[in-house]
Design a protein around this ligand. Structure first.
Ligand code: SF4
Length: 322
């Protein structure tokens, strides 16, 4: 099994979304990308002349840092480290999962001879906050991103400087008055004391989540599921047919769940289990006929696949593993 940095981060943000995608290939609704940010990243990565000369970037001098771009990797390896699908790779110590992540760049602290972890960020903010003290979820994700890179490098036997950096390009140059096909950026460096000691435990949780048949709870980073559940409650109050359908589902489906559970746990492999399964089918035959008939009578249910009706019912909360 292999897990990328972004998948690991998505697990931390919301185990439910991670589980649905990785275990059941249920994709969340797509969102637009960040092409302008990606373009800035790509241009920053092209600063080859600085690397080739081994000279410090002017910004290091501005921040009084004795850093230079790290020159210890051959161009092919650097390219691999930067490419999303390859990245820096290592085996997690506690889980054996192959973890990987693509770096933006690497610097060298000449005072300590340690590798410096960094990430490029492009933004447009009048007040550029400090990510390290921010309570915004996506800023917390930035912190984890640096932690993860540092951990990958440590596992690859690099001596890693314990402070990581963001090179932030902020499109808020007040001296720019007109567009004229250009946007000026101000560049700043923001530092962060890296933490890597929590990563293995999160990977243990991630692995357990993937191996479990039980759906995990959603995380606190995203409000969509809360919004969805609240919307359903409201809809239920407005629509008699919905109430009727949900009540029927809640009353009849537990038996169906028992059957699905037996099937999915592959517990019907021997003769006695097969017998048990047939008995359960027989016992609930009338209930299923009733359910089918009643659902057919309801306009709402006719329009929706049954699995959506199931998903929407209170019953889902009692049987989250299905
Ligand atoms: S809370 Fe958000 S991230 Fe989590 S499962 Fe729901 S939609 Fe996905």
């Amino acid at each position: 099994m292999e897990i990328s940095r972004s998948k690991w981060d998505s697990f931390i943000k919301c185990p439910l979304c991670f589980y649905l995608l990785e275990k059941h290939q249920i994709k969340p609704p797509s969102t637009p990308g960040h092409p302008i940010n990606s373009r800035v990243d790509a241009l920053l990565k092209k600063n080859w002349w600085i690397r080739a000369k081994g000279e410090p970037h002017p910004i290091f001098k501005e921040y009084n840092l004795n850093f230079v771009p790290y020159n210890g990797l051959d161009p092919e390896t650097l390219k691999k480290y930067r490419f999303n699908r390859s990245g820096v790779r290592a085996k997690s110590k506690k889980t054996g999962i192959e973890i990987f992540g693509a770096l933006d760049d690497l610097w060298l602290n000449k005072d300590t001879n340690e590798i410096v972890v960094l990430d490029y960020k492009a933004t447009s903010n009048k007040k550029l906050g400090d990510y390290t003290s921010s309570d915004k979820h996506y800023h917390k994700s930035y912190l984890r991103q640096l932690d993860f890179y540092a951990y990958l490098l440590k596992l690859n036997d690099f001596k890693v400087h314990d402070i990581g950096y963001w090179l932030i390009c902020n499109a808020q140059d007040e001296s720019q008055k007109t567009f004229n096909k250009k946007v000026n950026f101000k560049t700043t460096l923001l530092s962060y004391k890296l933490k890597t000691d929590y990563i293995e435990d999160t990977l243990v949780d991630l692995k357990a989540c993937l191996e479990s048949d039980k759906m995990p709870k959603s995380g606190s980073d995203c409000d969509n599921c809360r919004w969805y559940d609240e919307k359903l409650i409201l809809k239920k109050g407005d629509n008699d047919e919905n109430i009727k359908a949900i009540e029927i589902i809640n009353a009849l489906l537990p038996s169906l769940v028992e059957m699905v559970k037996m099937q999915s746990n592959a517990k019907i492999s021997n003769e006695s289990d097969t017998k048990k399964f047939k008995e359960l089918m027989k016992k609930n035959e009338n209930e299923f006929k009733n359910l089918k008939k009643k659902l057919e009578e309801i306009e709402w249910a006719k329009k929706l696949p049954v699995h959506i009706a199931i998903k929407n019912s209170q019953w889902r909360k009692d049987y989250p593993h299905i």
